[in-house]
Design a protein around this ligand. Structure first.
Ligand SMILES: [Zn+2]
Length: 230
């Protein structure tokens, strides 16, 4: 069972990552299956295993058919956001003390995302201030939605599910009105998907800030890999 994280606002990010990684590993191993009653449970929350192909490719296609291409991305984003919030609330309730530092609460999110099969995470910009200056920039080389979109007819940003998930987790972790925007997507033909999480009041201005559009190798947080290639 995961130990309950304690407050420690001044703890170096590397130490918080190690702790969050180990706690999440223990938490994920607490998953239980009860086939006699058809139940899968993690953190006290019932789950149903859903194929990525369905949630990342078929669902967008179905929603697109029903609500149109303009509104489809927002619907998928909100589904991802609801999943991220639900996963965060379950983790905080069952494996995290009320006094856990925001850094720890936020950093547990990328690990849950990787354990959940949504993709890998590499942090590029880490400014988890619990106010309107909040900014986290992250990349994924193996986003599940981008993988599912590969080979499709359209080369467009595909990771509304992952963007919503990361916004939902971070909003639950901080209590802030946060949103996530996908700045670039592997489905567009580049190597990695890039996501920016910021306060909703500043999202429009933040997405065009040059500092969020540098080459991946120019970010000093490059060694801080929290999924996939750890
Ligand atoms: Zn993408």
């Amino acid at each position: 069972m995961a130990h309950r994280a304690q407050a420690g606002a001044d703890e170096p990010i590397e130490a918080v990552i190690v702790r969050a990684r180990e706690d999440m590993r223990a938490y994920q191993e607490s998953l239980t299956r009860q086939p006699d009653v058809g139940a899968v449970e993690l953190g006290g929350v019932s789950h149903a295993l859903v194929p990525i192909r369905v949630i990342a490719r078929d669902l967008p296609r179905i929603v697109d058919e029903i609500v149109g291409p303009e509104r489809c991305p927002e619907v998928i984003y909100r589904v991802g956001r609801a999943i991220g919030e639900a996963h965060a609330e379950a983790f905080f309730r069952s494996a995290c003390s009320d006094g856990a530092a925001p850094d720890y609460r936020i950093l547990a999110g990328p690990f849950h995302l990787t354990w959940g099969g949504y993709g890998d995470v590499e942090l590029l910009v880490w400014e988890p201030r619990v106010d309107e200056r909040f900014a986290v920039l992250w990349e994924a080389e193996h986003s599940a939605s981008a993988r599912s979109a590969a080979g499709g007819a359209r080369r467009t940003r595909a990771c509304n599910l992952e963007a919503g998930y990361s916004a939902g987790w971070c909003a639950a972790a901080t209590g802030l009105r946060l949103v996530a925007r996908e700045l670039a997507c592997r489905a567009e033909g580049i190597r990695r998907c890039r996501f920016l999480i910021v306060h909703e009041d500043h999202a429009q201005a933040a997405v065009v800030e040059p500092r969020f559009h540098l080459e991946s190798s120019r970010y000093s947080l490059t060694p801080v890999r929290v999924g996939g290639r750890v």
